[in-house]
Design a binder for this molecule. Structure first.
Ligand SMILES: Cc1cc2nc3c(=O)[nH]c(=O)nc-3n(C[C@H](O)[C@H](O)[C@H](O)COP(=O)(O)OP(=O)(O)OC[C@H]3O[C@@H](n4cnc5c(N)ncnc54)[C@H](O)[C@@H]3O)c2cc1C
Ligand SMILES: NC(=O)c1ccc[n+]([C@@H]2O[C@H](COP(=O)([O-])OP(=O)(O)OC[C@H]3O[C@@H](n4cnc5c(N)ncnc54)[C@H](O)[C@@H]3O)[C@@H](O)[C@H]2O)c1
Length: 461
């Protein structure tokens, strides 16, 4: 290597994901020499702003604004154009924020390890070698396309990345997998005007949730026209466009204009040549880390989806707090500190959950009471009527002995905001009674808590 294609850095970050960019920015501002490597110039900022959270939620918003007489294809094309304008401005902002800093260099190309301190980057202008004292792996995850006959070869098979970029609204969309990604896309495309069928292998979608909440969510999707087929075993894709599946012992076929593979995402480690660095992986292919996110090599850390933790942007962000605490802090923060981590499935209205479900609380032998109300019946929350979104239900699972909230499921307008309040309350040990009798602004969605927590439908007393 000549001096031109050999770089030395205090910190090398592989992958421009959430955790990596926060760590890179923080360390760069402190004067560390940072090299951040991203394999695609279309991915500065990572999955979330480019092909994940941001574009999907922007499409949720725009699909909801379409009126029934708006021409679907035109409306869709305009929405995709607007969303691409947002993502490209975020991408440019992400690049500039790091590459514009004096101490940080962004290199575009695929990285792999040559040895524990050396990374080789295949750039458009040839290989570049980067040697670092500390290395952060933040390469995210990639969609798993199941090995079903015809699926990988069909020109109609798409991932979230393909669907985010396509400007043609498919008449018939078949979604394989009814998890977070599958349900969000099903809801979006149905609202844009596609006929959507979700084929889910499990006996039910939203299998982690309690039956009452899952049933309300499924009803909302079904009422919007999404066809959900649980217990479906996809057998093959025949002649590129015919999805053959089995349910209850009988074979069925569906013709599709697009097939979305939404059966989960696996850690992106294949290109990294981790063996050269002495970094181990788990059975599921994730980079093996301890609770401080250190790999088998103490100077190499892994953040975000690639370490096999929960696949959410805010977890990758929290991973960066742990790694920064190791590098420039007190070294105390760990993944085991996390309590009451909420999550939101952005169907319309959103389903936000935190903590234990009723069934999990019972399995853990808590004595509980359950507050539950359909949103339309929550007198304290006129906001649902004001914004014309009265669908859904709210549920609280409360420990009878301590009055602590064990969990909540909020299927409601504004649920993605409400759940953060509940999570904070749970983390701080505020009682359910205190939350119920709190002063909230009016008219707001938070006011619902004044009613729902006291609307006890079951109690172990
Ligand atoms: C459609 C969709 C919707 C989602 N919606 C939400 C949501 O609403 N809320 C939420 O919290 N989470 C959501 N997620 C999950 C969230 O996007 C991820 O958990 C998060 O982006 C993971 O961030 P990360 O830091 O692990 O890495 P990523 O953001 O995935 O970044 C990794 C980067 O590394 C690069 N890379 C990979 N290999 C190499 C290599 N060898 N060399 C160089 N670069 C490499 C990749 O190109 C990528 O840019 C969604 C995901 C998807 C797919
Ligand atoms: N709003 C959000 O926060 C958000 C949105 C989208 C994705 N994500 C993240 O991305 C991750 C990946 O999402 P995902 O939905 O792809 O994965 P997932 O693991 O959440 O769901 C995959 C679903 O596919 C089903 N499945 C698997 N193989 C199948 C097959 N052959 N036929 C039919 N069904 C099959 C599984 O039973 C499961 O229900 C999520 O776990 C989540 O962490 C988050």
């Amino acid at each position: 290597m000549t001096s031109q294609n050999l770089l030395r850095a205090d910190v090398v970050v592989i992958g421009f994901g959430k955790g990596g960019k926060i760590a890179a920015g923080t360390l760069g501002r402190l004067g560390r020499r940072v090299v951040l490597i991203e394999r695609s110039d279309q991915m500065y900022g990572g999955t979330c702003p480019n092909v994940g959270c941001v574009p999907t939620k922007a499409l949720v918003h725009r699909s909801g604004r379409r009126r029934s007489n708006d021409p679907p294809q035109e409306w869709f094309e305009r929405a995709v154009g607007e969303v691409q304008a947002i993502t490209s401005s975020f991408r440019a902002g992400n690049f500039e924020a790091l590459d514009g800093a004096e101490t940080i260099t962004v290199i575009t190309g695929e990285a792999s390890f040559a040895d524990p301190h050396t990374v080789v980057v295949e750039t458009g202008a040839g290989p570049v070698e980067v040697r670092g004292e500390t290395i952060l792996i933040n390469t995210g995850s990639e969609p798993v396309i199941p090995d079903l006959p015809g699926l990988r070869d069909s020109p109609l098979t798409m991932t979230n990345v393909d669907l985010i970029h396509t400007t043609h609204l498919p008449d018939r969309l078949v979604v394989i997998g009814g998890g977070y990604l599958g349900i969000e896309f099903a809801s979006i495309y149905r609202r844009f005007g596609s006929q959507v069928t979700v084929l889910e292998a499990s006996p039910r979608i939203l299998g982690r949730e309690d039956d009452d909440i899952a049933a309300v969510a499924e009803q909302i999707l079904t009422d919007e026209g999404v066809r959900i087929v649980p217990g479906a075993r996809v057998l093959e894709i025949r002649d590129d466009d015919t999805v053959v599946y089995e349910k209850d012992g009988r074979e069925h076929t569906l013709t599709a204009d697009a097939i979305l593979s939404a059966t989960g995402r696996q850690p992106a480690t294949a290109a990294l040549k981790l063996d050269n660095a002495g970094v181990r992986t788990t059975a599921s292919g994730a980079v093996e880390v301890d609770e401080y996110l250190r790999t088998a090599q103490p100077h190499i850390f892994a953040l975000g989806d690639v370490n096999g933790g929960p696949q959410f942007t805010y977890i990758s962000l929290d991973d960066s707090r742990i790694v920064l605490d190791q590098l420039i802090g007190e070294g105390r923060r760990t993944t085991t500190d996390r309590v009451a981590v909420p999550q939101t499935l952005f169907m319309s209205p959103p389903l936000a959950t935190v903590g234990l479900t009723e069934k999990a609380a019972r399995a853990a032998r808590y004595r509980i009471k359950v507050g539950y109300q359909p949103v339309a019946d929550i007198v304290a929350m006129p906001r649902a009527y004001i914004v014309e979104e009265t669908r859904g239900a709210m549920k609280f699972v409360i420990d009878l002995d301590t009055d602590q909230i064990l969990g909540a499921a909020l299927l409601s307008v504004d649920a993605q905001e409400l759940v953060n309040v509940v999570a904070l309350v749970m983390r701080q040990g505020v009682t359910a009674s205190a939350l119920q009798s709190s002063i909230f602004t009016h008219p707001s969605s938070t006011e619902a808590f004044n009613d729902v927590i006291g609307a006890v439908v079951r109690s172990d007393v």
